[in-house]
Ligand binder design. Structure first.
Ligand code: HEC
Length: 227
């Protein structure tokens, strides 16, 4: 069914392209550079939406986080159903350096602050199998000045790193920052369902959400729930 949708959308986009109306194509074409899943072009192997994109990557900091986060402060005791992260159940943990800003609401976060969000597949409305760990790590000033110097990573349940990078164009994690920039007022952190002191931020419509079920990139998106 989803595949069907994907094919339909791609076909529609190709048709639009053929008609030569570029601006419309930009909007509907999952391969367009403006697409939230695009690094440059989501049809290439480098794209975060591509199943092949998630080859093993090295990220020592993310590996360390995956090992340590269980000992950090858990900022929500009830699981949050996260539509933006594949409709999975999530819990957020913050390290010592992130507690200051996170709990006081005085942003920005300090260098070395790390937020780790563990996720579980939605199995009949309850947290089921372990799913990826989503990480935001505040790096040194100048690391990615256009996006508040956050580093993003995802760690698979088996401990391998699926994605690692900045919010810059062409980075495999550009789409993380693109969505999180909606929460700029909280230094890119949403904090939904947590005890963190954040200003609630409205997210974009599901159609623009690269992780939304209806999004053409979703089936291959690392945020998409596994079948
Ligand atoms: C379409 C929007 C969207 C995208 C894309 C997205 N996130 Fe999030 N993220 C959210 C929202 C909304 C929350 C708040 C909790 C929730 O609903 O899951 C969140 C929460 C988080 C948190 C906990 C801190 C916080 O902001 O509350 C981390 C860490 C995180 N995301 C990492 C990532 C990483 C890494 C990526 C890319 C691989 C990513 N996110 C992609 C929307 C997004």
């Amino acid at each position: 069914m989803v595949r069907q949708l994907l094919i339909t959308v791609v076909a529609a986009a190709v048709l639009t392209l053929a008609a030569g109306t570029e601006s419309t194509a930009q909007k509907s074409n999952p391969c367009a550079a403006k697409n939230p899943c695009a690094t440059k072009n989501p049809c290439t192997a480098k794209n975060p939406c591509s199943a092949k994109a998630a080859g093993p990557v090295k990220d020592a900091a993310a590996e360390a986080t995956a090992k340590a986060y269980k000992g950090w402060k858990k900022v929500n005791d009830q699981p949050v159903l996260s539509q933006s992260h594949g409709n999975r159940f999530v819990f957020t943990y913050v390290n010592k350096k992130a507690e200051g800003a996170g709990l006081s609401g005085k942003f920005p976060f300090a260098e070395g602050a790390v937020l780790a969000k563990e996720s579980f597949e939605n199995e009949g409305g309850k947290p089921g199998a372990r799913a990826p760990l989503f990480i935001m790590e505040k790096r040194k000033k100048g690391y990615d000045p256009g996006h508040n110097d956050w580093h993003y990573a995802t760690v698979n349940p088996d401990g391998t790193i699926a994605m690692s990078g900045t919010g810059k164009d062409g980075s495999p994690t550009q789409f993380c920052a693109a969505c999180h920039s909606v929460a700029k007022v909280n230094d890119y952190v949403f904090g939904n369902g947590t005890i963190m002191k954040v200003k609630p931020t409205a997210m974009g419509a599901p159609a623009t959400n690269p992780c939304a079920a209806k999004n053409p990139c979703a089936p291959k998106n690392p945020c998409a729930p596994k079948k």
